[in-house]
Ligand binder design. Structure first.
Ligand code: BGC
Length: 754
């Protein structure tokens, strides 16, 4: 009986997928696509399969097929570059809106805001004449130190998936194709161009692929970018399992796969296994591919299929006529408003011992301390960056919102980190580095002293700590999660002269808070929060808005507690030169590089923690954390009561409906993010202790009560059964738990699956 049930469930789900794929906007022009292919020469087809310029792949002018123009994302439309290089063209009107980066968006826990985000990105892409945005970036945040954690969304697949769907729909509903990146398992930056991720099928299916799958199946994503790394022995850009078997055959993806920039490694395997466009080069899918077709190594049918997949996207996205692009400034007020809304809802209040919101009746002297109060975060690292039309820093935001209601005194406090290529990739001697470090220490000391003097005279200190864009960057992971620039030392000194310290972390990723937490009366994360970040933060600090962000990742006590570190799976030995260096220098070939690096470095990342990623690890292993996943305070409290479910026993096709009451017990308007976790009581396979399965962000007026309902389709509770290579339901009892974080469960009830 159980087996029949399983088969029915699988049939039902697979049936749905095929149905979804057929409704894809990509499949509405098949006759036209086929007729175009009929008219094309082999050379014209091959010409579409590689880079024409750095961010353009070719169409066929003769047939009216426009070129495909790509724009980096994910958090703003990149400035215009020289066609075949990385040098900016220096235009005036390509200044874009800098949207809060990925982890900030995720901290809103709002699929609706993700949709607005995508809308804003697409509108600006259209103004610039672009067809495809290289975003959203949706890899799971596996290690706290990952260089692109700030670009990515969350450590949790369900939250990441919901946001990926919102972002993708927002982009595509506004006439631009989204490109999900980086598919797949690009969870570290060190050695990203050479590392081979060794992972079991279950963890891959349940943790790392769901955001991609959801964005393909629920949001009809038109594009996917293959990651730089290998997965289970195969480069992502030629990975038959990832591209053909899973993405296309199982999920029904009908669109185009583009390589990450310089991430193609072969001709025959790439084209056969599902890659459409080699970017930005034509080393493998140019003349070499033409030769391979002519010598019979690659059948013309494969070329036609790859061209078909590109044409579907090309026909689904209307090109912007040349004369209509780049007329107006890229950044426009409606998009700036979206950036503000997201920023103001992303800020996470971690601690508040009665000091926030700031009491401006008292004509306070406010010491604003730390370079991060004035540092701009739109740029600064390798890779993703935005030439922002403007960016309101926290210091500017505070001045805007506080005006003359308080006296604001600023001190820089510490020397910020800067990106130093020569240090990263060699080119500076040991002596030179030591000398620079000594000089920096002296400058830091002086800035510390000035800051202490300012703090001593103030009523309250706003200490701006955290990383910056040079610390968190593509192409390198952080070596630890300590606060940079001697910030721990500085706060110790500040605390000696002023006990009222509010610490604001301007970071996109976790920091070690061992020192700052006890020394701060209040603690917040304000992220790399975009064009309007400073205004949003100031509105939260002065109480115009109640903080409503929740952690999209766990803040561990120490790095060694985190799963990949605890198990010795990361780091994997020395860091080598990044793939990006070759992109810039365009020197040796990928394959030579791989060979030489392989001699020095195993370049293998074992994911033996399997599904115990993020909170799944700490919660299951009972490891205490600094702040748990989903956590965040506000300026009021909420009370939860009366949980009920629509049934007690559920079958495969059912949906578990969970209802409860929620009351804002305080006198200010605020948002609560209700989270629904499940715990399996008597399962037949291993599970993490808790898994997020639903959430909702809800706004409450003062003292308002609401009935809340959340639902979980039983089909979303399945596990990937490795022996059968399929999804299966684990028929067991489950506790449905409603809470305000993974560690703060307010209500629960046991139901059963049968
Ligand atoms: C990054 C991608 C980016 C591409 C083009 C690569 O180095 O990994 O995310 O879209 O460059 O700029």
């Amino acid at each position: 009986m159980k087996t029949i049930c399983f088969l029915l469930v699988n049939f039902f789900i697979l049936g749905c997928k095929v149905g979804d794929a057929q409704h894809s906007a990509l499949l509405q022009n098949e006759a036209k696509v086929d007729s175009l292919i009929q008219l094309m020469t082999l050379e014209e087809k091959i010409n579409m399969l590689h880079g024409k310029h750095m961010f353009v792949s070719a169409g066929v002018e003769r047939l009216g097929i426009a070129d495909m123009k790509y724009a980096d994302g994910p958090f703003g439309i990149r400035e215009e570059l020289q066609p075949d290089g990385w040098m900016p063209l220096g235009w005036e009107n390509d200044k874009a809106t800098f949207f809060p980066t990925g982890s900030a968006l995720a901290a809103t826990w709002s699929g609706e805001l993700a949709y607005d985000y995508g809308t804003g990105m697409a509108r600006e892409a259209r103004l610039r004449g672009k067809d495809m945005i290289l975003g959203p970036a949706i890899n799971i945040q596996r290690i706290p130190t990952g260089g692109r954690t700030y670009e990515y969304l969350s450590e949790d697949p369900f939250l990441s998936a919901a946001l990926a769907v919102g972002y993708t729909k927002g982009v595509q509903d506004n006439g631009v194709a989204a490109c999900l990146k980086h598919y797949a398992l690009n969870n570290q930056e060190n050695n990203r161009g050479t590392v081979d991720v060794i992972i079991g099928q279950r963890a891959m299916r349940e943790i790392y692929l769901p955001p991609f799958r959801a964005a393909v199946q629920e949001a009809d994503a038109f594009g996917v970018m293959a990651a730089y790394n290998k997965v289970n022995g195969w480069w992502c850009a030629e990975n038959d399992v990832l591209l053909n078997q899973i993405l296309r055959n199982e999920w029904g993806f009908a669109g185009l796969v583009v390589s990450d920039w310089n991430g193609t490694h072969s001709t025959v395997a790439s084209i056969n296994n599902g890659l459409n466009v080699e970017m930005p080069t034509k080393k493998y899918l140019g003349q070499a591919l033409l030769d391979s077709v002519k010598t019979g190594k690659v059948p013309v049918e494969i070329i036609d299929q790859r061209v078909r997949e590109i044409l579907r996207v090309r026909l689904a996205v209307k090109p912007v006529p040349e004369e209509k692009a780049n007329i107006e400034m890229t950044s426009q007020p409606p998009q700036q408003k979206i950036a503000y809304d997201i920023a103001s809802k992303s800020i996470v209040l971690l601690k508040n011992e009665g000091v926030l919101p700031l009491n401006l009746d008292k004509k306070l002297i406010i010491a604003v301390i730390g370079d991060n109060a004035e540092q701009k975060m739109a740029n600064g690292g390798i890779g993703a960056g935005v030439k922002a039309l403007y960016e309101v820093s926290p210091l500017e935001g505070l001045k805007n919102k506080i005006g003359n209601q308080a006296e604001i005194v600023y001190a820089k406090g510490y020397v910020p980190e800067v990106l130093d290529w020569a240090r990263l990739y060699g080119g500076k001697s040991k002596e030179q580095i030591e000398k620079e470090d000594q000089e920096k220490a002296i400058r830091n000391e002086k800035l510390n002293e000035e800051a202490v003097a300012v703090a001593a005279k103030a009523d309250i200190v706003l200490f701006f700590a955290g990383n910056n864009r040079a610390v968190e960057t593509e192409a390198s992971d952080r070596k630890d999660m300590m606060l940079p620039s001697g910030q721990d030392d500085l706060i110790r000194k500040l605390a000696e002269v002023n006990s009222i310290i509010v610490t604001i972390l301007v970071s996109g990723a976790p920091n070690d808070l061992t020192i700052v937490k006890p020394l701060s009366k209040a603690l917040l994360i304000s992220w790399f929060n975009g064009t309007e970040g400073g205004n949003a933060l100031a509105d939260v600090l002065v109480g115009n808005i109640s903080p409503g962000g929740r952690l999209p990742f766990t803040l561990p006590i120490k790095l060694q507690d985190s799963p990949a570190y605890a198990l010795g799976n990361y780091p994997q030995g020395v860091k080598n030169k990044d793939v990006f260096v070759d992109l810039v220098e365009d020197t040796e070939s990928q394959s030579q590089k791989t060979k030489s690096l392989n001699n020095e470095d195993p370049n293998t990342a074992y994911y033996s923690e399997e599904s115990l990623v993020g909170y799944r690890w700490y919660d299951t292993k009972d490891i205490p954390v600094m702040y748990p996943f989903g956590y965040g305070l506000t300026y009021t409290t909420f009370s939860y009561s009366g949980l009920s479910t629509n049934k007690d026993k559920y079958s495969a096709g059912d949906t578990i409906e969970v209802m409860f009451s929620l009351e804002n017990a305080g006198a200010v308007e605020a948002d609560e993010v209700v989270q629904l976790y499940i715990h399996r009581i008597n399962p037949s396979v291993d599970w993490p202790n808790k898994e997020l399965k639903a959430f909702k962000r809800i706004t409450f007026k003062p003292e308002e009560s609401k009935k809340v309902s959340l639902s979980i389709p039983v089909k979303d509770l399945m596990y990937w059964d490795e022996p059968s290579g399929n999804w299966q339901v684990d028929l067991c009892d489950i506790e449905v738990m409603v809470g305000a974080s993974v560690s703060d469960i307010k209500l629960k009830k046991t139901v059963s699956l049968r």
